[in-house]
Design a protein around this ligand. Structure first.
Ligand SMILES: *Cc1c(COP(=O)(O)O)cnc(C)c1O
Length: 437
């Protein structure tokens, strides 16, 4: 396959060096956009409609009345520790602590299963028409859902999300896990009655297996992480919530006060949906950067290449092996790629040892517990100080406004990681932090 990547970029990727790639497509006209901003608002409405159902199914949602949301947390100590000149405009969007599954997958995954359940309920004539009576957790519906199955392929977190909500509604849930998936996620799912199928291959293998097995049965529904509009829209709703949280913190976003957002990227659905939603709200005043491991820069390669099909990082000569299991995806979603090409600012990569070091630093400065994947975006603001970053600021006429930027770093998972796993990463991160001093 021809990759048509610049030689210097290709060399850096192959050498495993962290890079910042600026997207030349930002600001170009969008074509073939399959979704629009009204779809995001529909998704938000659907989540509101089913919030009472979620609240009854998951007691941890009582406080938020069935709304699945994370906090926007200022991180001045972390900003100070990494040498920022202005500390009070750095935030973490704390999806690592999202209720129910402790990762960003709670957004898209739960949304898509609700969409499917709603459609089945409607077809069966079992859904109340009264706005106040949109119950998906009735005995009649449970009996219906028990005759249907929901399948998914995952490196762990999406499986955990889909399996948990599908089982809670009564579906037969089958999760195909790649070799990256952590044992505790499989155990947790099996305890909920979910069937877990283990694969020795990577993410693409697990997704293909789930897709194929779902095709054999008309009562099977496959959540397609590589192509799903519903997942994408479920994620996009985060943008509306972030808008309200920024307002609550007294932060405005405009030409004078641009918003910089950094989000870890695997197949692209989660960061893609969020970036899309943010651009609906803030237009050119939001600048989104995606973060990927040096071993798995799937979205970077997909955007940088002109190939119609997203290339695999294996075509570049990389092995897709990383501690960041949530980002261990070799080939990016073409739906996500095409939706974000006209709007994201760029993609940067981080080495595994940097992820661990930042995981450690975020814990010692702000007492947050995140997994390696979730640490990928923490270098975002620091990239702006590099030559590449500076070029971007110059091109956007922002060099004089550096102190007026708001930085939102998305942490995407980790709150539920077992202490033993977490301590292992933390210790490795401490070693990296020492080595750097
Ligand atoms: C899935 C995941 C991501 C990225 O989401 P994609 O939709 O795969 O791009 C980031 N962080 C964590 C922890 C994840 O599980």
């Amino acid at each position: 396959m021809t990759l048509d990547l610049d030689q210097p970029l290709l060399n850096a990727l192959l050498a495993g060096e962290p890079v910042l790639w600026i997207n030349p497509g930002r600001g170009t006209p969008a074509h073939h956009q399959e979704l629009d901003c009204a779809d995001m608002r529909d998704a938000e409405e659907r989540l509101r409609r089913f919030a009472p159902t979620l609240e009854r199914l998951f007691p941890e949602l009582v406080a938020s009345q069935g709304i699945i949301e994370s906090d926007l947390v200022p991180i001045p100590q972390f900003a100070g520790a990494v040498g920022a000149s202005v500390h009070d405009r750095w935030f973490v969007k704390a999806d690592h602590a999202l209720p129910i599954v402790g990762s960003i997958k709670a957004r898209g995954g739960i949304y898509e299963v609700l969409v499917h359940a709603e459609a089945l309920a409607r077809d069966a004539g079992l859904l109340g028409t009264d706005e106040d009576d949109h119950r998906l957790d009735t005995p009649e519906l449970r009996a219906l859902f028990e005759q249907h199955s929901v399948l998914v392929g995952s490196t762990g977190n999406l499986g955990l999300s889909i399996g948990t909500i599908a089982a809670a509604l009564g579906f037969k849930a089958i999760v195909h896990m790649s070799s990256d998936a952590k044992e505790w996620k499989k155990i947790r799912l099996r305890t909920l009655g979910v069937e877990v199928v283990e694969h020795s291959g990577d993410y693409e293998t697990a997704v293909a297996a789930g897709r194929e097995s779902a095709e054999k049965d008309t009562r099977s529904y496959f959540v397609d992480d590589e192509n799903s509009r519903h997942l994408f829209l479920g994620y996009s709703v985060a943008a509306l919530r972030l808008r309200d949280q920024l307002t609550a913190q007294g932060i405005s976003v405009d030409a004078e006060h641009p918003l910089f957002v950094y989000i870890p990227c695997g197949v692209g659905g989660a960061p893609g949906g969020i970036a899309y939603g943010l651009s609906c709200i803030f237009g050119p005043f939001v600048h989104c950067f995606f973060a990927e491991p040096t071993a798995s820069p799937a979205m970077l390669v997909a955007l940088a290449s002109k190939a119609l099909r997203s290339p695999s990082v294996r075509d570049v000569g990389l092995d897709n092996r990383t501690e960041a299991d949530g980002l261990a995806v070799a080939r990016a979603s073409e739906l996500a790629r095409d939706m974000i090409r006209p709007l994201i600012s760029g993609v940067f990569t981080a080495e595994d040892r940097q992820l661990l070091q930042d995981l450690y630093l975020l814990n010692t400065t702000q007492n947050m517990k995140i997994e390696p994947s979730a640490a990928a975006a923490l270098r975002g603001p620091r990239w702006l100080g590099t030559e590449e970053g500076n070029k971007y600021l110059l091109a956007n006429d922002l060099t004089a406004r550096l102190d007026q930027l708001t930085h939102v770093i998305w942490t995407t998972g980790g709150a539920l990681a077992p202490d033993a796993d977490y301590f292992g990463w933390w210790q490795a991160g401490a070693v990296q932090a020492q080595a750097r001093q």
